[in-house]
Design a protein around this ligand. Sequence first.
Ligand SMILES: *[C@@H]1O[C@H](CO)[C@@H](O)[C@H](O)[C@H]1NC(C)=O
Ligand SMILES: *[C@@H]1O[C@H](CO)[C@@H](O)[C@H](O)[C@H]1NC(C)=O
Length: 488
Amino acid sequence: MINFLLGMFLYVTLLIFRFMESQSENLKVTGPDAPLVAVAGEDLVLPCFIKPNTSAVDMTVEWFRPYVKDSLVHLYKDHEDRNENQAQAYRGRTSFFKEELQKGNISLRLSAVQVSDEGLFKCLVEDYSWYDDITLHIIVEARGSHPVITMESYDNTGGINLVCESRGWNPQPEVLWLDREGAPLPAEDTQIKRHIEGFTVKRRTTVYDYSDSNRFYCRLLQKHHLMEAEIIIDSKAFDTWKWAVGITVAGGFMAAGLIVAAVFCDDKEKKRQKIENELQQEKQNTAILRQSVNNTYKEKFIKKKKKFAVDVTLDPNTAHPIINLSNDGKQVTCKCQWKSLPDTPQRFSVYPFVLGKQSVSSGRFYYEVQVSGKTWWILGVAGESINRKEVITLSPQDGLWSVGLVNQYRAHADPHIPLTLRDKVEKVGVFLDYDVGLVSFYDVESITLIYSFTNQSFTEKLYPIFSPWYNIQGTNSAPMIITPVLKT
Ligand SMILES: *[C@@H]1O[C@H](CO)[C@@H](O)[C@H](O)[C@H]1NC(C)=O
Ligand SMILES: *[C@@H]1O[C@H](CO)[C@@H](O)[C@H](O)[C@H]1NC(C)=O
């Protein structure tokens, strides 16, 4: 009997045990198969649950980072959270959904996701005779800081080196330099560094003086996110380079003539407001900078006038037969009536041009020409070998570096560049630096740069060149006058 009872007891125990075992065998821990994408700074739910749904209240649940030294993310054991050995990085950032535990939902809430959370997480469940786990793959996207453009240095080819930098990205964004039309500019390879808070990217480009307001953009692209910073460089900043030869350009001086403004394409109103304020501040700073730059600029301009002024007179032997020179060789106008003059090799016979007598083959040179009252004019410098007998392009390619007013203000680059000037130009200052290949034109009244040809290579003597242009029905009869450079 006792044997029988004992046998029964053993049998029942075994049955119960079997039952439990088979139930456990059917349990599985499940979760998402695909990587989860989280956004840095936001909260994330790491899904994990027991199937078929069974209460996890009496089980041990451990979340940890596999293959990591300090790996415990969250531990639940003996009906409570046991986080004494939790990794420092997860202190205060993890919790379960308590009321969900009894449904077998052991998902973990992780607050303020960081780039360092990217990688694998394991969700492991243990109960007496059974355990199972799953691995989750987390990808953290971080949008970095707004890009900052720095004017790094002047380039020895006459350009300005700009660096665009931004931190805290994941994955790394594409960095593009664009011109004002949005066309990509050539740039160095992007430098990428990995930090715990994400990638830092840095990209350099060299920009040149394209117009009187040079605008460049640094654009960061990460999937559907776009951030942009803009920089406006006044031509004067480029010109400063030429004057600053031998001067170390640094600090305040480097910010010369710069408007730096960052513009972001972002979503949140708060952020936008903040940016708005920053822009406002930036504008104020810029105004102050500009003022001090203008003063420096003016001083330099006046110094240059004094130092390099040359007394230019017109050379009648080169004058086209329809133009008329004053006796002192300081004025030229177009009566536009053909005079019979010997057709010498020096004489222009297609365009109404005349050269100055003085030439340059090294060093610097400055003179001023009054154009008030004229509706059309061209002036600049010309190479000695300029073609005086045939049609030419009126551009550096044919040995002519000039600006003019012919229907509109233009720089006769290749192709010609229309110029938008604030004021009507009354007097033009022409500055030539033969050795560095620079020809600059200034509006003398307002002390502003009209246009600069930079980075030219001169191989022969250069002469000042003038054209009063045609005078149709007396509309352009005012003379061009070479005026003495004021020694003030
Ligand atoms: C399991 O889930 C189903 C449907 O969501 C629910 O009806 C059932 O009560 C749950 N069982 C347990 C043990 O929580
Ligand atoms: C588990 O709980 C969380 C939080 O309430 C919920 O978002 C998630 O959908 C739940 N998962 C399942 C499978 O019920």
